[in-house]
Design a protein around this ligand. Structure first.
Ligand code: MOS
Length: 735
């Protein structure tokens, strides 16, 4: 992959990924890399019906496998309370805890746990558990008989999930001279992180220690305490590195309690790693969704009305809240907007958050419709977007604390060479005769933040150690923290040690929603101010740390601070310390904050095979101040690659006769490989947000993906004249 980037770090601090060497040399230890003495291996067996009950489980053959230590079925009624659903005041990706009763709620739900001396024995024995079921009718698709559709405000009566409404959008739409009314469909998808879900549980005396790749060590800690009925002080979770999370590792997985119980019973550490097909069936996924978008505009292309109605799949046992319109209502300065979101109960595990969980699907629909509107009104798609930019949030009437979408669009158009585009569909050809299309789309993502606690220690050796809330899952949070400290004190980045992802250090509340950096950095910034006071040095400028510590006569100077997002009450900190979701934004007192991006895409379509290629993408992001240019550019490239996957490759297929997921392997769930990815140019506006926090950072990881898929769909329309309203776009869609 050839890439380029341009950005201008404000300081001379080296721009590096501080843990890159450890990662590529294998020095980094992930949860399942731990091999404590005496460790045993666990494996799960999954249900082979979609819904019903287990009526019999014959474990004789499994128990006869040499080395098998334990075989557990639903009839053993594991002594675990429900962890509760993370979005309903709990800790689990779903409320349903397998193996505590005989009920089967989805295909693949664990129906047996085997623990053995070796992994081979555990896997073999898990296959040999002979389970009989009583099957019941089920529904796994949005329109299936038995799927239950409920308006979200009725299902979950919380203010932030209410239907959005500004003005009379229906009347304004009806009176608009230019109209678009289309429906867009998005598939289920699964995260495919390199690190499989899994880890090791061990008891040290009466303390449970869990090593597990996660984005939310606090939820594991407090969730396990709840499940096992023990004091959270007796649960330690260690996750210094997570090998990709993308939302799938944002909460307590249902296997951990079972492994903890088995470990206690056997008096040995126990490891469990889900196989790749199991991660498709036993962990959360991006739900299917359908979006009807109505846009009205006047003859000049100014939006008069937008209506966004979304249906989203949830499980039978939990209500996974839909938040599509939170973002689509904010893309443009539309005077009247109406949003309506409904949940569709189906017989699956509870779906969850997958990178840009609502923003990728919702903005695919909305930004495809905006392109349709541009063509319907004969306006250039970039000009139409610029004409509808706004500094005021249409939903609340508050100002955006920063919004540089127009700059992203202008700079992107310039770098891409948009002016040379001939607007007529099918009018551009590449030198090799392939159809060429150029498309554009914008993206936005709420700029959220959480409370964080930071502990800074400056040593007489000149080194500084930072312990703070946050999980490193590949996004580069360690680099952003190290760079902030190094830049602030004028010391080398390698003189800074960053410790995160460990409940012994800080609460380690959920790192997701692209709020990790915007939560940890302000806490570290506050810690630096405090540290400078204790070192008796100026509030700014380079510090001779060794000398300043030496002058205090102590070996080290320690400070501890906790930080709240702008305008929040300390109650949020209590929630964070209790491992509950504790998030603020994008509405803050007096302002609203989003990150923005513009993507420009070239597609080429081979005329006979109709194979779609994406040789060139230009993406310009507004994420506030760029805290760590190298890792930020990587985040954007990763988001663009995922957008290519979302547009052209990824979809988890279901067979409505059987439930479950048919293509539950990396062979059959295609994600983009290097051959699918061309040149990605990344640029940043790099303007600090003046109000979001003193560091000026907003989020980046997820906004990077938002808008890539519609830019590709719009480019395919430009190349072929065929409008794409369903993802992934397949060859037959462009014939
Ligand atoms: Mo993310 S999908 O908020 O981890």
């Amino acid at each position: 992959m050839r890439t380029s980037q341009e950005s201008t770090p404000r300081e001379s601090t080296p721009d590096v990924r501080v843990d890159a060497r450890d990662k590529v040399t294998g020095a980094v230890r992930y949860g399942a890399d731990r091999t404590p003495d005496g460790m045993a291996f666990a494996m799960l067996a999954g249900a082979t019906i979609d819904r019903g009950r287990v009526v019999e489980a014959d474990t004789a053959a499994a128990r006869a496998v040499p080395g098998v230590l334990l075989v557990q079925t639903p009839f053993d009624h594991a002594e675990l309370a429900s962890p509760g659903f993370i979005m309903a005041g709990g800790y689990g990706f779903q409320s349903l805890q397998p193996l505590i009763d005989e009920r089967v709620a989805y295909r693949g739900q664990p129906v047996a746990l085997v623990v053995a001396d070796t992994l081979v024995a555990a896997v073999e024995a898990a296959h040999l558990v002979d389970v009989r079921y009583q099957a019941e009718p089920f529904a796994v698709e949005l329109d299936a008989e038995g799927a239950e559709t409920i308006p979200q405000p009725e299902a979950i009566p919380l203010p932030f999930l209410a239907d959005a409404a500004v003005g009379d959008a229906d009347a304004a739409f009806a009176g608009s001279p230019v109209q678009v009314d289309q429906t867009y469909e998005l598939p289920r998808q699964h995260q495919a992180p390199m690190e499989l879900i899994g880890g090791v549980a061990e008891w040290r005396g009466d303390t449970l220690v869990v090593h597990e790749g996660t984005q939310n060590a606090a939820a594991i800690r407090h969730g396990l305490a709840k499940q096992l009925g023990i004091d959270p002080a007796r649960v330690e979770v260690r996750a210094p590195y997570t090998g990709g999370g993308f939302g799938q590792k944002n909460s307590l997985q249902p296997h951990i309690g079972l492994v903890a119980l088995a470990s206690r019973r056997l008096g040995r550490p126990v490891k469990l790693v889900l196989g790749r097909p199991q991660t498709f069936h036993m962990a959360s996924f991006r739900p299917a969704s359908r979006h009807r978008i109505r846009l009205g505009a006047d003859a000049s292309g100014r939006l008069t009305a937008a209506i966004h109605e979304a249906d989203q799949q949830t499980s039978r046992h939990d209500l996974f809240p839909a938040m599509y319109t939170e973002t689509t209502a904010r893309l443009y300065g539309v005077p009247s907007f109406r949003g309506r979101q409904r949940l569709v109960r189906t017989d699956t595990q509870t779906p969850g958050y997958m990178r840009a969980p609502f923003e990728h699907p919702g903005v695919f629909a909305f930004e495809s419709a905006v392109d349709e509107l541009a063509y319907a009104g004969g306006t250039d798609p970039v000009a139409l977007r610029l004409a509808n930019d706004t500094g005021t949030d249409p939903l609340t009437g508050q100002r955006f604390s920063s919004r540089h979408l127009a700059e992203c669009l202008r700079r992107g158009a310039d770098r891409f060479g948009w002016a040379a585009r001939s607007p007529e569909p099918g009018s551009m050809r590449a030198g090799d005769g392939s159809l060429m299309g150029w498309g554009v789309a914008a993206g936005a993502y709420p700029a959220d933040a959480t409370p964080a606690e930071a502990h800074l220690s400056a040593g007489a050796d000149g080194r500084v150690t930072v312990e703070v809330d946050g999980h490193e899952m590949g996004q580069g949070i360690r680099s952003a923290i190290a760079r902030l400290v190094a830049g602030d004190l004028g010391i080398a980045a390698n003189a800074v040690t960053v410790a995160i992802g460990d409940t012994r250090l800080a609460p380690q509340h959920l790192t997701a929603g692209s709020w990790g950096t915007a939560s940890a950095l302000p806490a570290v910034h506050a810690g630096l101010r405090e540290l400078r006071k204790h070192l008796d040095v100026a509030d700014e400028g380079p510090v001779d740390v060794a000398a300043a510590v030496g002058a205090t006569g102590r070996a080290a100077v320690d400070v501890r601070v906790s930080n709240l997002p702008t305008g929040q009450s300390p109650e949020l900190l209590d929630r964070s310390r209790a491992g509950l979701v504790a998030v603020a934004g994008p509405d803050y007192p007096g302002f609203v904050t989003f990150s923005f991006i513009a993507h420009f895409v070239e597609v080429r379509i081979e005329p006979t095979t109709r194979r779609v290629r994406v040789p060139r993408v230009v993406s310009v992001a507004d994420c506030g101040r760029v805290a760590s240019p190298v890792t930020a550019a990587s985040q954007v490239r990763g988001g663009v690659v995922w957008g290519i996957g979302g547009a052209l490759r990824e979809g988890s297929e279901v067979d409505p006769r059987f439930g479950g997921f048919v293509n539950a392997t990396l062979e059959e769930y295609p994600i983009p490989v290097n051959a699918d990815v061309g040149r990605i140019e990344v640029d940043f506006v790099d303007e600090p947000d003046p109000l979001m926090n003193p560091v000026g950072v907003k989020g980046l990881g997820e906004v990077a993906m938002v808008g890539v898929a519609p830019a590709i769909g719009n480019a395919i329309f430009h190349a072929t004249g065929r409008r794409q309203r369903r993802l992934p776009i397949r060859i037959e869609d462009v014939l």
